[in-house]
Design a protein around this ligand. Structure first.
Ligand code: ZN
Length: 246
């Protein structure tokens, strides 16, 4: 029997599933606003036009579905067989007929949603491996996909902005990004302050240091900068290049 509701009873996870569904709907709305000719246009990601990006987001849903299968069955099914294969798939996908590309995007997202929904409560803690080689519980894939759909909707460059992204997603992104810099030791000493959000404190390796490199702006401006995208909304630090994140 097919469930019409999530099988997980974890309230936090249910909340995250709601956020990823909102993000997925947002992503599909932005893709739907583009006519076929506009799909040939550039994205904010260098080297990728919108067809590459739509193919990537579609194949990403399929790759995450493989992790859902892995957690549910115990049969190891990695996201991609290799980074080269992942890139080849995107290059090929970008040349597909437009209808097929849109179908891939829609269908892959619908199946992923169904697979998450039908995952029993006890399977969500099962460990899977991301494309970067991290071992994570299946529940982490909801956040992985959340990042993809919100950020790439902005990368489509047809009107989505960081201010459209839910606050909870922006907060978690900022924590992820500064955490990744800390783990790699690539933060040169930033003191990042979010305007109007003293509760977030100062983040970055330079927090509390007199010699810190100051970055200031609204939450959406700071996350836009930290994720390597537009910096113009910052109030302080616009010319400062952030380290790589992913
Ligand atoms: Zn991506």
């Amino acid at each position: 029997m097919v469930a019409r509701y999530d099988l997980t009873t974890d309230l936090d996870l249910q909340d995250q599933l709601l956020t990823v569904r909102r993000g997925t709907a947002f992503w599909h709305r932005k893709v739907g606003e583009l006519n076929d000719a506009e799909l040939d246009g550039d994205t904010l990601l260098s080297g990728w036009n919108r067809r590459h990006l739509v193919a990537h987001v579609g194949y990403n849903a399929r790759a995450i579905s493989r992790l859902v299968y892995w957690a549910n069955t115990g049969i190891e099914t990695p996201m991609y067989s290799s980074p080269e294969d992942r890139n080849r798939e995107i290059e090929l996908g970008a040349t597909m007929p437009t209808r097929a590309l849109r179908h891939l995007n829609d269908h892959a997202a619908v199946s992923l949603n169904v697979e998450w929904r039908d995952t029993p409560a006890e399977k969500w803690e099962n460990i899977v491996r991301t494309a970067q080689g991290r071992q994570v519980p299946l529940s982490e894939t909801v956040w992985m996909r959340t990042r993809e759909v919100w950020l790439h909707a902005i990368d489509l460059d047809n009107g989505a902005r960081f201010s459209d992204v839910p606050i909870s997603v922006l907060e978690r992104l900022l924590g992820d990004i500064t955490g990744a810099w800390r783990n790699r030791g690539t933060d040169p000493g930033f003191a990042i302050e979010v305007t109007g959000r003293p509760d977030l404190g100062v983040s970055g390796a330079g927090a509390g240091e007199a010699s810190a490199t100051s970055i200031q702006g609204s939450l959406s401006a700071v996350v836009s900068w930290a994720s390597g995208r537009d910096t113009t909304a910052l109030t302080v630090g616009r010319n400062i290049q952030p380290p790589r994140w992913l």
